[in-house]
Design a protein around this ligand. Sequence first.
Ligand code: WTA
Length: 656
Amino acid sequence: MSDISIESTLQEERLFSPPAAFSQAAQIKSLAEYESIYARAQANPEQFWAELAQSELHWFKKWDKVLDWQPPFAKWFTGGKINISYNCLDRHLTTWRKNKAALIWEGEPGDSRTLTYAQLHREVCQMANALKQMGVAKGDLVGIYMPMIPEAAIAMLACARIGAVHTVVFGGFSADALRDRLANGQAKAVITADGGWRKDAIVPLKIQVDKALENNACPTVESVLVVQRTKQDIEMLAGRDIWWHEIQPTVSADCPAEEMDAEDMLFVLYTSGSTGKPKGVVHTTGGYNLYSHITTKWIFDLNDTDVYWCTADVGWITGHSYIVYGPLSNGATAIMYEGVARPSNPGCMWDIIEKYGVTIFYTAPTAIRVFMKMGEELPNARNLSSLRLLGTVGEPINPEAWMWYHRVIGKEKCPIVDTWWQTETGGIMITALPGAISTKPGSATRPFPGIIAEIVDLDGEPLPANSGGYLAVKHPWPGMMRTVYGDDERFRKTYWEHIPPKDGKYMYFAGDGARQDADGYFWVMGRIDDVLNVSGHRLGTMEVESALVSHPSVAEAAVVGKPDEIKGEEIVAFVTLNSNYAGDDNLIKELKKHVGNEIGAIARPGEIRFTDALPKTRSGKIMRRLLRDLAAGKEVSGDTSTLEDRSVLDKLRGND
Ligand code: WTA
């Protein structure tokens, strides 16, 4: 039930119009207004983006050229000088927003903290100066491995302020995953915390950093800045590790923002592909600032009276664009929550909405399914009347979950924006504008102005309405990734040559299957490659398989996703063992734990099945399609003629 099949969406005919009062007060008020903006942007994208860049952002120096497009490499606003930390902080200080709440943070144990724009600016400047003292300079890469505390946002903004490139590594990733990313980026420093609170327990972080740096595995890392959060004993290495609370009072709060080139790198964020190691997705300053800013403003219809809450983690792109940069660039008040709903406090999300009068709530289908399971008594027992807009991201939302969200949380009065986008796109690409576009449960609706999206076949030919095909984007946009860190070829191959360019015209290949209905609405069906989507997080099959194979007992492994009611997909691993190992329950436990240690708990397989051999094609490719059917308990469908050895499949069926 977790993924939307073409058949079920075809029957989905419910249509929800924005409430009239919502539209009247909205930034974009009607379908006609959306369509006219869209048409203007389509006719002249460069002029459209240039006008917005001029009116929405502060530039130290205006650009010379709006777009320099040498496919597949785009440069936006070349010659322009800008700093995103300035746009998120300094420019608000000369307005009444100076003393407006920028971040309202709620810790899992119940502690809380509010930082106004002036206070946030002060702390960012201090951390920026601390980084300088640690020897971090413009262009250096800094790893950020943090719990969801204000200092995570402060660290990102401090890096941006001095022109250091940040790479945030999700706090749930293991020491090994952290080490790979720090080494790949040749990080100069790491910002971390002793630990964070999640599900009533301390998630230790500093100790993982120590492990990642062991044996000089990342020789470029010179120093580690440690924020005190959970206060358990940790080791501090003299000459390398520095406590934030010790250095903070000694550094100046005066740190002017560096004037960055629009195309200077802002951050690298690693994401999974189907093959090879995670890719470092590169985003640069000016275009990303504009794109995250304007999508936040129009899609979340932000006003100064809003209290906006995005429940993502800063370790993912959603946290980058829609907790930190987009909301702060708009001068919004954003909530940040350290924890998640858990058995000891199943109503915590609704308590926070009531406590702070949250007006805009942006979460993921996997979270919505957890809320559904916990029962509607929990939200019903709280006052959620402050809410006026809801959002979802991360995977296709099944219409049942959409309807529950609409009825129980939105009380049938809040529009829902189902936002389709990716780490690579920098910001939301396909979504309703809540005052303008009527919604259909399960559809991300229409493209954002300036985004020319199409459903095509593998030759790049557009497909008629309701035919399933590949989701592609035809024109560059300011928030697009610029390259794969250190690997232009991989960037070109993965995203721009999958659909062969014709007459020098390139299309961005998103890797998702989708269709467009007769009203032009997009229905995203999910990944067409072997990327898993577990709880809204992308994991490559290859990474999980490599982790399994790194265990001495495992000869070969193939992992697939199996539909899961809560997580969207659960990982099922098919494993062949080296001789001398017995495939028993103890080994299953050990292998699950091993993957958890290698990558992180989210990658831990839900199920491990031992087999004598894996089904392969004659050219030796594992036929994951067959395994996927087996894992889901379905009859194997589709063509099996390319199987090298049919008996493998028969045996696997017997195992079933
Ligand atoms: C999926 C998260 C359907 C999609 C922002 C995409 C979605 C991948 C939606 C990117 C949505 C994200 N409807 N599918 N509203 N949002 N996806 O990089 O498969 O973590 O390619 O970015 O998530 O995941 P990523």
